[in-house]
Design a protein around this ligand. Structure first.
Ligand SMILES: [Zn+2]
Length: 321
């Protein structure tokens, strides 16, 4: 039998599920603000994992992934414990904003502190109540700034177990990244957890494809680490990348892109055209490298220098074409 879990003063018995609110602070009007957490405590012992969404408050697709994952799970069938936090940045989420009210980026504020800025206090609350209890974690994001991302894992692919879980997740692309930036992923990894960051879709919107890839990926990882007793289905092949380049607009104007996320492009290939309002062609941006389109702008109105297309170079050795 698994052990009971106590979080925020609430005890969750083995084989049960509980939803709770962890108090953060009061709004300026005096209303309490809290972080919603759902704990599924499996009947039998096993690993513990966190699932977080909307650390960037406008990246709401992960909130839907968490909901759909929870819908499929029963604590009676679960080994170990799942801590699901569908909305980490509740301030940004309610305002449709990436940041906190003081413009701080919550995902640059980890591990946080009890007495720092609001961002650091929220980071500290998440670390102490959820993240520090877990061996595994998956943090769910989307693109920002009127862009969309092909579903992709970003993780330290030089770490053997991280690479294994990224492969099992089965997003179309996995990007190596080892940034030291005060993010949840960095701080939890440094503390010894195996962490994946999932990116897919755009801010403020649900993306059905990114949702499906995310839900399937989370459930496959949970099965692989032994939290679910299911048959392991072979994931879709995930192309590994260790570098990427942005294409920037060479001229200000109106952009029409010819390629979509997921498309293969060759170096020098024309990926779209920029015209002025009178229909005169100003430039034909080209792919800077051979690779796969992993992100693109959704805004046709571009200024010179704007990032319009993100191309990942694919490592040829992993047998994916
Ligand atoms: Zn994000």
């Amino acid at each position: 039998m698994n052990d009971p879990v106590t979080i925020g003063g609430v005890t969750v018995k083995p084989g049960t599920k509980k939803a709770m609110e962890l108090p953060i602070a009061k709004l300026v009007t005096g209303s309490p603000m809290s972080m919603p957490v759902v704990v599924l405590n499996g009947r039998r012992p096993g690993p513990s994992m966190w699932l977080t969404a909307a650390i960037h408050g406008d990246e709401i697709n992960g909130t839907e992934i968490v909901r759909q994952v929870l819908e499929t799970l029963s604590p009676k069938d679960l080994f170990g414990t799942l801590f699901a936090v569908p909305v980490v940045n509740v301030y940004g989420f309610t305002a449709g904003d990436r940041y906190l009210p003081d413009r701080r980026d919550l995902n640059r504020s980890f591990p946080g502190s009890q007495r720092g800025s609001l961002a650091r206090r929220i980071a500290h609350l998440l670390m102490s109540e959820v993240v520090n209890r877990c061996q595994y974690g998956i943090d769910l994001h989307t693109a920002s700034d009127h862009r969309t991302n092909l579903p992709q894992i970003r993780a330290n692919l030089d770490h053997v177990e991280t690479l294994e879980l990224a492969t099992v997740f089965g997003a179309p692309v996995m990007m190596h990244s080892s940034h030291r930036d005060g993010s949840l992923r960095q701080v939890a990894s440094d503390a010894g957890a195996t962490v994946l960051l999932y990116e897919g879709g755009e801010a403020w919107r649900f993306d059905p494809h990114a949702t499906r890839v995310g839900v399937d990926g989370v459930l496959r990882v949970m099965t692989h680490v032994g939290m679910l007793d299911k048959e392991e289905h072979q994931p879709e092949p995930s192309a590994m990348s260790r570098s990427s380049k942005w294409v920037r607009a060479g001229q200000s104007g109106i952009l029409s892109l010819r390629v979509d996320p997921g498309d293969r492009v060759a170096r020098g290939q024309v990926i779209g055209q920029i015209h002025n309002a009178l229909g005169v062609r100003l430039s034909s941006p080209k792919a800077p490298i051979d690779g796969v389109v992993i992100g693109s702008t959704l805004s046709p109105v571009v200024n010179r220098g704007d990032a319009i297309l993100h191309v990942a170079s694919i490592a040829e050795s992993n047998g994916v074409d």
